[in-house]
Design a protein around this ligand. Structure first.
Ligand code: FAD
Length: 334
C-alpha cells in the first residue's frame, strides 16, 4: 500500500500537527487500513506495507514478513514518521539483507528499507565520496574509481548498502569502514537527525555503536588520490578473488561467525568436520565453510539450527566459542 506521492508530502506535514488517530481516520476514509490491533503507525509520504515480504529480497531468500515494511520518501519523511511513531514500537533498518537471518515468524514492529532516492552517490572535493544509506558498496567504489579516488576499492567486494556497512563496520582485505568514514548521518529512533563523526561510532571488529532503531541515511567516505587503471585493477582483483573463494551466486548471508582473536572461523569450522553439514535444506558451504547456504527450501529455523550445531561442534573440537556475525532478527514461528 502506498500513499499517492503528490498527496504524500501534505500528509507528512500533517503528521507534525495531528494525532495518529486523526491521521488513521483520514487514511481509513481512503480505504486504507493503516493500523492493526497491535501496532499503530503514523502516515508517511513514502510507502508502507503491512506484512511486507522480507524473504523476497534478503540474500537468504527465506524468513517471515515485516509487521510493517516502510520505505520513506526522504530523510524528512523518515524523521517525521519516527517522531510520531509510538516509542514502544521496535524499528529495524535493513539494507539488502546480505548479513541477515530473518526468523520465520517475521519482524514485529517497523522495518525500514531505504528507497532508490536515498541511494545517491556524489564525489566531493578533497577525495571524498558522499553516499545515501541505500547506495550499494560497489556503486561507491565505482564512482570513486571514476573520480580517481583510491582507498575505497574494498567496498567493491561487500554486497550490501552504505548504511549496512556503516552499521556493521564492514571490511575486507585489511580495510574496514572505520578506516575510511569521515561522518555519517543518522535518523535516530525518536526522529532526531544527527551527523556523527567517525569517532562517535565506537568501531571495533564488525561492530558499531549505532543505537537500536537508528537509520544511517548518509555516509561520507575519505579516499586518497589514485590512478584510475590501478584502482580498476584492484577492484577486478577483489572481484576475481571473491568469485574463486565464496559462494557468491548462492542464497547466503556472508560470513556467519566473527573470526575469533588470532584465528579464522572457517578453519575452526573445517577442523570440526562441519564442511557440507546440513540441517534440512540449509548447508555449510563446501566452497567456504564460514558461509551457510539455503539450498532452496530452507527455513530460517533450519539455517539458525545449522549455525548453532556448527558452534556446538567447534566448541567441542577446539574449545572456541564462535560468535555470530550474521544478525538474526525477528521471532520464530514455533
Ligand atoms: C557473498 C557475501 C560476501 C560478504 N562479504 C563480506 C565481507 O567481505 N566483509 C564484510 O564485512 N561483510 C561481508 N558480507 C556481509 C554483508 O555484506 C555486510 O555485513 C554488509 O555490510 C551488510 O549490508 P546490508 O546493507 O545488506 O545490511 P543488512 O544485511 O540488511 O543488515 C545488516 C545489519 O545492518 C543494519 N542496517 C542495515 N542498513 C542499515 C541502515 N541504513 N542504518 C542502520 N542500520 C542498518 C541491520 O539492522 C542489521 O543489523 C558478505 C555478504 C555476502 C552475502
Amino acid at each position: 500500500m502506498s500513499a499517492a506521492p503528490d498527496r504524500g508530502q501534505s500528509l507528512a506535514s500533517q503528521a507534525d500537527e495531528n494525532s495518529h488517530q486523526e491521521m488513521s481516520a483520514a487514511a481509513t476514509e481512503r480505504g486504507h487500513v493503516l493500523f492493526r490491533e497491535k501496532v499503530r503507525v503514523p502516515m508517511l509520504a513514502g510507502e508502507i506495507e503491512p506484512g511486507g515480504s522480507l524473504g523476497e529480497f534478503i540474500w537468504f531468500r527465506t524468513g517471515g514478513p515485516a509487521e510493517w515494511l516502510v520505505r520513506p520518501k526522504d530523510v524528512d519523511d523518515l524523521a517525521a514518521f519516527l517522531r510520531h511513531l509510538d516509542p514502544a514500537v521496535p524499528v529495524l533498518p535493513v539494507g539488502v539483507g546480505s548479513n541477515l537471518i530473518v526468523r520465520d515468524g517475521g519482524v514485529p514492529g517497523v522495518v525500514v528499507r531505504l528507497p532508490k532516492a536515498m541511494a545517491h552517490v556524489h564525489v566531493e572535493s578533497a577525495n571524498r565520496v558522499r553516499a545515501g544509506g541505500g547506495a550499494m558498496g560497489i556503486t561507491v567504489a565505482s564512482k570513486a574509481r571514476d573520480a580517481r579516488i583510491a582507498g575505497l576499492e574494498f567496498l567493491r567486494g561487500i554486497p550490501g548498502t552504505a548504511g549496512g556497512a556503516v552499521r556493521m563496520n564492514a571490511g575486507a582485505y585489511g580495510r574496514e569502514v572505520a578506516d575510511v568514514l569521515v561522518e555519517a548521518t543518522l535518523v535516530l529512533r525518536d526522529g532526531r537527525v544527527e551527523t556523527w563523526p567517525r569517532e562517535r561510532f565506537g568501531y571495533t571488529y564488525r561492530h558499531s555503536e549505532v543505537p537500536a532503531g537508528a537509520v544511517v541515511v548518509e555516509a561520507l567516505f575519505q579516499g586518497v588520490p589514485g590512478d584510475r587503471a590501478a584502482i580498476a585493477a584492484e577492484m577486478d582483483r577483489i572481484a576475481a578473488k571473491r568469485e574463486a573463494s565464496q559462494p557468491l551466486r548462492s542464497r547466503t548471508g556472508g560470513s556467519t561467525f566473527k573470526n575469533p582473536p588470532g584465528a579464522k572461523a572457517w578453519q575452526l569450522i573445517d577442523a570440526a568436520g562441519c564442511r557440507g553439514l546440513t540441517v534440512g535444506d540449509a548447508q555449510v558451504s563446501e566452497k567456504h565453510c564460514n558461509f551457510l547456504l539455503n539450498l532452496g527450501k530452507a527455513r530460517a529455523s533450519d539455517i539458525e539450527a545449522l549455525g548453532e550445531e556448527v558452534r556446538r561442534r567447534v566448541r567441542e573440537n577446539s574449545g572456541v566459542e564462535l560468535e555470530w556475525e550474521i544478525q538474526r532478527v525477528g521471532v520464530s514461528d514455533e
